[in-house]
Design a protein around this ligand. Structure first.
Ligand SMILES: NC(=O)c1ccc[n+]([C@@H]2O[C@H](COP(=O)([O-])OP(=O)(O)OC[C@H]3O[C@@H](n4cnc5c(N)ncnc54)[C@H](OP(=O)(O)O)[C@@H]3O)[C@@H](O)[C@H]2O)c1
Length: 339
């Protein structure tokens, strides 16, 4: 069968909000699509394509990847490469594509952490898989306490100098290491574009540790991942654990996360969302978007319908003081502790 040629929706920029990232010149959609789960070799390519096309048609022009997204490692990037070949190539200059290296990718001492050798080799591989000449943002995916910070940062600087990334970012760096990294990068004329961390209604770690304010003070945008706490902050688990859910697969979201206290709080949050005329997923995303310190929010999805639902968060992103207080009252006892 001959596949129809993809043509992006003409009104794709009409409803999305774009925020400037830190003190940079670039604007980022407040909702980005992450390819961690559901975009690898385990998912039919038809589904991958449908979600990516739908997102782009709605103004989600930022796609967030990493070398090891799949599953299997590398296959989300491979599928993104197929998308580039089959539909996205004419839109390359409209896309903000990020990838990362820092977690285990290949065996031996050079396939993990933060050495220059790993970061350089990993980005080469990512570019080949994604069929790209450059990425827009390349992240150090985690702080490596065994490698001099200067080595990791200089690798990022050189990657930009080589034209293989336009900007760089940091993910999950502790406060002090992040400060040194910001200073190193800025003093080498490669200011850090984005700091990426998990932040949502029930995980406030980057707020408590000062990482969000620190990013802002350093002119770096803050981008939240797992804004729905991998699906917990949605209607997905209100009535049990669906067979096709991330929790049922038991890889990164374990069943023991759904304690009776958590389930009770999710049900209460769901009622608060209903009072706002929103789904729980929408309220969780609106809660992040209303905070202007948050440049963007990277959602995950397993269907077009979920992206459609999530996008409606943009329609009602303002909260009354009482609504925010009610969310605090419900969420504070179950907030995850990871400081
Ligand atoms: N830097 C890092 O270390 C790091 C770490 C993790 C993630 N990330 C990035 O952040 C992205 C997002 O992470 P995440 O996937 O954990 O995000 P998330 O948005 O918290 O969770 C996504 C999951 O929530 C469920 N969902 C989404 N919308 C829904 C809706 N409207 N109704 C019901 N369920 C809904 C789906 O679960 P089901 O699959 O069960 O349907 C979906 O797979 C990743 O793809 C990656 O790009 C970065």
């Amino acid at each position: 069968m001959i596949e129809p040629v993809y043509s992006a929706a003409e009104n794709r920029y009409d409803t999305m909000t774009y925020r400037r990232s830190g003190r940079s010149g670039i604007k980022i959609p407040v909702l980005a699509l992450g390819l961690w789960h559901n975009f690898g070799s385990h998912k039919p390519f038809q589904d991958v394509k449908a979600m990516a096309h739908y997102a782009f048609d709605k103004g989600i022009c930022h796609f967030d990847l990493a070398n090891n997204y799949g599953p299997e490692y590398g296959t989300a990037e491979e599928n993104f490469g197929r998308l580039m070949d089959r539909s996205f190539r004419p839109y390359r200059d409209e896309l903000l594509i990020s990838t990362k290296a820092g977690w285990d990718m290949w065996p031996g001492p050079y396939g993990n952490w933060g050495s220059r050798k790993y970061l350089m080799a990993s980005l080469e591989q990512s570019l080949r898989r994604m069929k790209l000449d450059y990425v827009d943002v390349f992240y150090s995916h985690r702080f490596d306490p065994q490698t001099p910070l200067e080595e990791t940062m200089q690798a990022l600087v050189d990657i930009v100098r080589q034209g293989k990334a336009l900007y760089v970012g940091l993910s999950r760096y502790p406060y002090e290491a992040a400060q040194k990294a910001y200073q190193y990068l800025a003093s080498h004329d490669v200011p850090c574009l984005l700091y990426q961390d998990r932040y949502n209604i029930i995980d406030r770690a980057p707020e408590c540790s000062g990482l969000i304010d620190q990013a802002q003070e350093n002119g770096t945008g803050f981008i939240s991942f797992s804004p729905l706490q991998q699906g917990l902050l949605t209607g997905r688990y209100l009535n049990g654990i669906p067979a096709d859910s991330r929790m049922a697969r038991g890889t990164s979201l374990k069943k023991d996360a759904l304690t009776p206290a958590m389930l009770g709080a999710i049900k209460r949050l769901n009622e608060l969302a209903a009072q706002r005329g929103q789904s729980l997923a929408q309220m969780a995303l609106s809660w992040l978007i209303q905070d202007t310190r948050v440049t963007s929010v990277i959602i995950g999805a397993s269907s077009v319908g979920q992206i459609e639902d999530d996008l409606k968060a943009l329609d009602n992103a303002a909260f009354a003081h009482e609504e925010l207080q009610a969310i605090e009252t419900v969420s504070s006892p179950i907030q995850l502790k990871r400081l």
